[in-house]
Ligand binder design. Sequence first.
Ligand SMILES: [Zn+2]
Ligand SMILES: [Zn+2]
Length: 257
Amino acid sequence: MKIQLLPSSFDGNGLASPEQRLTCFLINDSVAIDAGSLAIGITPEQRNSVRDILVTHPHMDHIASLPIFIDDLFSSLETPVRIHATEAVIAALERDVFNWTVYPRFSELHNEFGPVMEYIQVELNSEFRVGDLRVTAIPVNHIVPTVGLIISDGKTNIAFSSDTAETEEFWKAVNAREKIDVLIIETSFPNSMTELAVASRHLTPESMRRELGKFKHKADILSVHLKPSYRELLVEEIEGLGIEGLKVMVPGVVYEW
Ligand SMILES: [Zn+2]
Ligand SMILES: [Zn+2]
């Protein structure tokens, strides 16, 4: 399984920089997990191969370029872009984004081939297919309805926390699996900002360490969603935990298992 955190920041030479402002992962160049940087960080080839997007929650950093991605493809789409999300997330996207004010309601629009976007409603805690992948969505503890994901291609199993504070149900579902090869976990704020992390339902390196105490598998662990303004300090604190297999995920790099 190939997984890439799409870049959302670029240096003076136009090259991907390590700051992660938006969230979007590409799996096997065909399925997107969230769509923060989807229209920005993607290659032309990937733009032509991604037709399934899983949206974990409607916060702007996770959906910022979703409308632009569909807009870019509008006239050429021969099959609709499929948005996989829970009922609550679909309702938020329709009400707050694709509402004819912020952006056109693509779910009601067609090009010469047919509809350009369709929603596929996801049920919590029950496995569904997205392309060649099998996915389970588990509620996590964030300030809007949000799901963590367990994703499998039949060989490799990935668990993604999405945005969350301390949580239980996600770890129960993850631990019930025979194996998890990769855990992608958020670590948003440095330890000194614990109060803000708690209020906004995110993790710090210290609370992430406590969460990892609930994780039973031996896996590669990638830390993501580091607030760009505190990136250096966060990297120091995360590395300082001395947890085996734990690394900070680098945007743009293709990871393979
Ligand atoms: Zn969020
Ligand atoms: Zn976020």
